[in-house]
Design a binder for this molecule. Structure first.
Ligand SMILES: Cc1ncc(COP(=O)(O)O)c(C=O)c1O
Length: 415
């Protein structure tokens, strides 16, 4: 039996498994950006912009009727909430397992984030917990397709409809994800995307909202352009708002980058299926469940659910240490459920919300959501989407490393 690398043995991936460089850049990206630079129109307020062209391509790719390019995947959420009518003091249900922007966007519009627990099987926000969290002040639900694995959109959409709530899909992780053939973000009222540099479609900073609702699109469009109609520069402003516009340089880069998205999505989907199938054979380091409603799995990260029972009772952190020592770059994503962040201490949140709201806030410091806490502290292991862009022998190394650690379970418990 090969000795574990963490105990001085030879690693499965000697020198560490290198992911393909990300973001990817080639001559055509440089040429397109150069063209945008030389055009000397770097702001989208004029008709015929690069942003408009990108919006057209992005709507086509997702199948949404409308797409609006904006400056990042945080303000996309704020914009969705504002355009969807969320106002100061409203409650917005959000998942506990996500990046902080999902909740900070809520407080940025003066509303109250209310955390729902996750489903222990899928690690995604639980429809039951959403329903239990609804009060008469609830105005919206933001779901996150965490890691790119979709939430149960059938159940959540019917909850949103039943209670007349705005449904925003935070798709920052879900480029390419399809539910019953429909792209993530096209089933709720708004889909919100991030193009920050680590994302599956990247322009350094950037984002987009998509929707099939013309009224919502028009509202979002005018809010994002400091109250002006897009394509009509000048000083006619119809609403007081801010500037969420994407720069033309980034729009040009996105127009070039999007050409790779279909191929990369399909390739990652295939590699993800291969990895999932092989991991299931080992046991104890399980992929998220296969579900025939997920017709394409986009990835921000591949999620493994670790079960210590299969590894001699060793804690997830020991497994992660052993996996890293075998040369596999894996982690535990955001670490803790969001509400455990310092930002949710009453003293901190009081600094950002209007005083009359503070008394209505949930006691985040006392909140306990058992499935989210267990998932974050004991189970989740995440692998970057970039690794799924590797050739199959590299992906095989992940499988070999997990199998090796399992064979050495007795040793693992002692490290
Ligand atoms: C789930 C989720 N939502 C929103 C965002 C915010 O995106 P951005 O960094 O583009 O503001 C991120 C960023 O990582 C994210 O992971």
């Amino acid at each position: 039996m090969a000795k574990l690398a963490v105990l001085g043995g030879k690693p499965v991936a000697e020198g560490g498994l290198k992911t393909p460089p990300w973001p990817m850049v080639d001559k055509s990206d440089i040429k397109t950006v150069e063209e945008a630079l030389k055009g000397r129109r770097w702001c989208r307020i004029y008709p015929g912009s690069w942003a408009e062209r990108f919006e057209h391509e992005y709507a086509k790719w997702t199948g949404a009727k409308y797409a609006l390019a904006v400056s990042n995947g945080t303000v996309t959420l704020e914009l969705s909430l504002k355009a969807g009518g969320v106002r100061i003091g409203d409650e917005v249900i959000v998942p506990a397992v996500t990046f902080i922007a999902t909740a900070s966007a809520v407080s940025e519009v003066g509303a109250i984030p209310v955390f729902a627990d996750c489903d222990p099987d899928t690690a995604q926000i639980s429809p039951r917990s959403i329903e239990e969290s609804i009060t008469k002040r609830t105005k919206a639900i933001i779901v996150v397709h965490y890691g790119g694995y979709p939430v149960d959109l059938d159940s959540i959409r019917s909850i949103a409809r039943k209670h007349r709530l705005l449904l925003v899909e935070d798709c920052a992780h879900a480029h390419g994800t399809r539910w019953r053939g429909k792209h993530a973000g096209t089933i709720g009222d708004f889909g919100s995307f991030s193009f920050q540099e680590s994302k599956s479609l990247a322009s350094g900073e950037g984002g987009a909202v998509i929707t099939n609702n013309r009224k919502l699109f028009e509202e979002a469009s005018i809010i994002h352009n400091i109250g002006r109609v897009v394509g009509k520069p000048g000083y006619g402003h119809f609403i007081l708002s801010s500037n969420y516009r994407l720069s033309e340089i980034q729009a040009a880069l996105l127009l070039s980058q999007i050409k790779r998205l279909k191929y990369q999505t399909d390739y990652k989907h295939r590699m993800g299926e291969f990895l999932a199938k092989e991991l299931s054979k080992i046991g104890g380091a399980e992929p998220l469940p296969r579900d025939s409603r997920i017709t394409k799995r986009g990835y921000y990260f591949f999620i493994i659910k670790y079960d210590p029972k299969h590894f001699g009772g060793a804690h997830r952190d020991k497994f992660l240490r052993a996996l890293n020592a075998e040369g596999i770059p894996a982690g535990a994503a955001y670490g803790v459920p969001l509400y455990k962040n310092y930002a949710f201490r009453r003293s901190q949140i009081a600094k950002v919300l209007p005083p009359r709201i503070i008394g209505k806030l949930p006691d985040y410091e006392k909140l306990r959501l058992p499935a989210a806490e267990d998932f974050c502290a004991n189970r989740q292991v995440t692998i970057s989407h970039c690794l799924l862009l590797s050739k199959r022998p590299k992906v095989q190394k992940i499988i070999d490393a997990v199998a090796k650690i399992k064979e050495n379970s007795a040793e693992l418990a002692k490290i």
